[in-house]
Design a protein around this ligand. Structure first.
Ligand code: HAM
Length: 420
């Protein structure tokens, strides 16, 4: 039987791998400038962590988690997102008790057993940041700013920042009842999914993409009518902070999120290069989560960005720096092979990227390989070159050739490739 990759799970290579490498590099630089430090949490956690953090009625917990009972009979789940693990780590490592700010970034694979489509995978990758133990609305603005600076530096401009205020859990109670009443009165115009959502999570009806549901949602009572002054003030300050930082944004009163932990500010960044799944990143405030896991009553805010979706918004990267600065060694005959093999190691030890074909192919096919690797130079070594000590150095970009003193080869290439 032929074994294939699982549905919705991809191998990453070539241009996409280069894009991912670049995203990770730029993210580390940008987020360090904003004072975030890296936190790596396990891919596997107690399932209970996710059902309690994300909400038992959410699609992710109800239908999408990869969960199983492990050998020690613990019910575990592959992480569907990063926030829950960060909150657990924050409390378990007592970061809440230490001096200073708790600002973390993370990157890695997440797992959701969703129906695969463009921009929606079962194993996908996120880069996220979280600020914990902070209530200030300026932390919301700073978090969104960090995200936009990252997107600008990566070269994915053209995105739109959308913002909404979901209020507190308390404020949403009355709103939920009102909303359920409103949508029940328009039941006949709702899609199948929304009829189910009406029972489970009425807020999700607000962002249904089906036209007839949108028509109904358009005239539904807005959440802002149910917000108390403190929630309104928080939101106004987030908007002021964004203005101070020069982050353009629009308000979307119908934006809700698929995870239950959000309070007050929620945001989404969409990109025109994406299709139906157009959110490249999303996040918001989750002020009740830390206390729900036994920590102090303090707020938190963060976002996560989908790396596969961002890859779709980025320009194809140029040839990597590695191949641009590399040397390919072509040899003919056993003695030359040994000399080339040793030279390759000396070059690498002196900081030059070097490679050769180890399977003794013909000279022609070695040259073809040198071309394909897009090396900057090739060294050609045969019997004559070994005997005379004069080696052939070929500039692969312009095609010119020269003979050099074999003894100077390493220092010359170091100089030409700017390694010294
Ligand atoms: P989320 O909205 O579920 O939020 O996901 C954030 C981003 O991850 C999405 O905007 C999208 O780019 C990407 N994403 C989600 N699911 C998939 C998928 N199946 N395939 C490809 N990409 C996907 C969270 O995960 C929250 N933890 C964000 C957060 C952090 N909120 C506060 N802090």
């Amino acid at each position: 039987m032929k074994i294939q990759r699982l549905r919705g799970m991809h191998d990453l290579y070539g241009a996409d791998a280069l894009k991912f490498e670049r995203m990770e590099r730029v993210a580390r630089g940008v987020f360090a400038r904003f004072g975030f430090e890296e936190l790596r949490t396990p891919l596997l956690e107690d399932k209970e962590l996710f059902s309690r953090a994300l909400g038992t009625d959410t699609d992710v917990v109800q239908k999408e988690m990869y969960e199983f009972t492990d050998r020690s009979k613990v019910r575990v789940a592959m992480r569907p997102e990063g926030t829950a693990g960060v909150v657990r780590a924050y409390l378990e490592n007592e970061f809440d008790k230490r001096e200073g700010l708790s600002k973390f970034y993370y990157m890695g694979a997440m797992f959701r057993s969703e129906r695969p489509q463009a921009g929606r995978l079962r194993q996908f990758h996120q880069i996220g940041v979280e600020q914990l133990g902070i209530d200030s609305p300026y932390a919301d603005a700073e978090t969104i700013h960090a995200l936009t600076v990252f997107l600008d530096e990566i070269g994915a401009s053209g995105y739109k920042v959308k913002l909404n205020n979901l209020g507190t859990f308390e404020e949403r109670k009355e709103y939920r009842t009102e909303l359920a009443g409103y949508f029940t009165r328009h039941k006949d115009k709702l899609c199948e999914d929304c009829l189910e959502r009406l029972e489970r999570n009425v807020f999700r009806l607000l962002d249904c993409k089906v036209q007839s549901c949108r028509e109904v949602a358009k005239d539904s009572p807005p959440i802002k009518n149910y917000l108390m002054p403190a929630s309104r003030t928080h939101y106004d300050k987030v908007r002021k902070g964004l203005q101070d930082l020069g982050v353009a944004h629009t308000e979307d009163p119908f934006m809700v999120r698929g995870l239950d932990y959000y309070t007050l500010t929620v945001f989404e960044l969409t990109h025109p290069k994406l299709g139906a799944q157009d959110a490249v990143a999303a996040g918001g405030r989750y002020d009740s989560l830390i206390a729900a896991f036994g920590g102090p009553p303090s707020g938190a805010v963060g976002f996560a960005l989908g790396m596969e979706r961002l890859a779709m918004c980025m320009e194809a990267p140029q040839v990597s720096d590695v191949s641009e600065n590399s040397v390919f060694i072509v040899t003919l005959g056993e003695e030359a092979f040994t000399a080339g093999f040793k030279l390759m190691s000396q070059l690498r030890a002196s900081g030059v990227c070097a490679s050769m074909d180890l399977s003794s192919k013909s000279m022609k096919s070695q040259m073809r390989l040198a071309d394909r690797t897009q090396s900057a130079f090739s060294i050609i070594l045969g019997e004559n070159e070994l005997n005379s000590g004069r080696w052939v150095l070929k500039n692969m970009k312009v095609g010119s050739q020269e003979t050099i003193d074999g003894a100077d080869c390493v220092s010359l290439l170091q100089k030409r490739l700017g390694k010294r």
